[in-house]
Ligand binder design. Structure first.
Ligand code: TRP
Ligand code: MN
Length: 451
């Protein structure tokens, strides 16, 4: 690895998963424009998130990272942003109340556009088209024209991220996240369901606790903790040109931060130790995630921690395990042991989605809610056995009433997937399944004696 890091030093390393931009002058023009724009986040916020994740690494807090698989240029509205935030707040309140520790809230939002692909081409009919790589690159529409990577999309992604983040900030500081409104976060289609009723009961208990505090003379009005939340953004740092264009030197500390989001993660397909993604991210001060699949061995994980966090800053690294429900317990335990014995202060999070994806008989890509829960169960058992803390979950969801994952309390069937299958990428949990998952996660951790 090169000794000196600069925001562009990644360019002399092999970069996997970069689109073939047809016109380099247009690409450079778009990147130059973005590099002249204001940063989306402030370095001090990224440091606050890292501190909060340090508490997760120490076993005193829990990470909830959630949002779309891929954000869409077409499905971009206040309602869409609000509904996603609403279900994340519901899950956060369930986890906070049930586990009795602070929940660090991180959205896959305001920048989660780029998608890695297993093949650069997709066969449609009798032609090979460039694969869809997310709206920041091209359109999913199956034509040569729509699939051509267009640098103007980089600028549009920046603009959509800025407006999304602006609304999220307004919601979480402006009253939408107020604990006095816990009841109001339940959507109509959720309210009458068993999960909805369970949530309603929990919300009533919180109301009662707030009344009790007021009765005791605590001034709940003036305590902003009860009315606001800190909400952070994250996405996969895939397109390194875009990330470089938003990398800025912090005026307070002189350190470099990737100001496209608070937290960035490295995907399962781009985590080569001698590759451009690790080279780029090792030099920015943001907290980082890395996906860890079933083929990962302990040596790799230790080298990764060494490369990205040589000074062992707590919360700097989140290892996001995505092993598959039936192998998570066996595959994870040696990794937990190795990291624990090497004293690396990491957050361990469970992505129960990505290794449990399959194609249903109907031809739709889907996930079974029971398998998703089973992966979290195995993740929690592995931690209980090794004496480590199951620090968080990383999930793909939407607040809407979609039919993309089968199972759950409303038992969505394979034959119903076509009803409301709206994702531009992977299948997401709907509002009911998401809330159910929060209750089950809390139950799994509590019953294992960990909280
Ligand atoms: N500020 C606290 C927190 O973020 C309490 C809180 C306020 C909260 N609104 C919330 C917790 C909504 C979860 C969801 O934890
Ligand atoms: Mn996905």
């Amino acid at each position: 690895m090169a000794k000196t890091w600069t925001p562009s030093s990644w360019q002399s390393f092999p970069a996997a998963q970069q689109p073939e931009w047809p016109d380099d002058a247009l690409l450079q023009g778009a990147l130059k424009q973005i590099s002249s724009y204001p940063p989306l986040v402030f370095a001090g916020e990224a440091r606050s998130l890292q501190t909060a994740l340090g508490h997760v690494a120490a076993g005193n807090a829990f990470l909830l990272q959630a949002g779309d698989c891929a954000e869409s240029f077409d499905d971009f509205s206040a309602v869409n942003i609000r509904e996603k935030l609403r279900v994340i707040l519901q899950m956060a309140v369930v986890l906070t109340y049930s586990l009795g520790v602070p929940v660090v809230k991180v959205g896959r939002m305001a920048g989660q556009f780029a998608k890695p692909r297993s093949s650069p081409f997709e066969r449609v009919g009798d032609v090979d088209l460039p694969s869809f790589r997310g709206h920041i690159v091209n359109s999913e529409h199956p034509s040569a024209e729509a699939r051509r990577p267009d640098p103007a999309r980089l600028v549009q992604a920046y603009n959509q991220s800025a407006s999304t983040l602006n609304l999220v900030r307004a919601f979480v500081k402006g009253g939408f996240a107020d604990l006095n409104r816990v009841h109001a976060w339940t959507q109509e289609f959720v309210a009458s369901s068993p999960e909805g009723q369970k949530y309603d009961q929990l919300a009533s208990e919180i109301d009662r606790a707030l009344r009790f505090m007021r009765a005791c003379g605590v001034d709940t009005e003036s305590n902003s903790q009860l009315h606001q939340v800190d909400f952070y953004t994250s996405h996969e740092a895939l397109l390194l040109g875009y990330e470089e264009a938003l990398t800025r030197q912090d005026s307070l500390t002189g350190a470099w931060y990737d100001c496209s989001a608070h937290m960035l993660w490295i995907g399962e397909r781009t985590r080569q130790l001698d590759g451009a993604h690790i080279e780029f991210l090792r030099g920015v001060g943001n907290p980082l995630g890395c996906k860890i699949g079933p083929t990962t061995d302990a040596d790799f994980v230790l080298e990764l921690c060494q490369a990205l966090n040589p000074s062992r800053i707590p919360g700097r690294i989140t290892l996001i395990a995505r092993m598959g429900a039936n192998q998570v317990e066996d595959k994870l335990r040696p990794l937990l042991r190795a990291v624990r014995d090497a004293d690396h202060p990491v957050v361990w999070a469970c992505d129960p989605m990505h290794a449990n994806t399959y194609t249903a008989v109907s031809g739709r890509k889907t996930r079974d809610f029971d398998q998703v829960c089973a992966e979290i169960g195995g993740f929690v058992r592995a931690h209980a056995a090794e004496g480590t803390w199951p620090g968080g979950i990383h999930v793909e969801l939407t607040g809407d009433d979609v039919t993309e994952c089968i199972g759950g309390a409303d038992n969505i069937l394979d034959s119903q997937l076509d009803d409301r299958y709206q994702t531009v990428c992977d299948p997401r949990l709907n509002g009911r399944q998401s809330l159910d998952l929060a209750f089950r996660t809390a139950g799994l951790i509590s019953s294992s004696g960990l909280a």
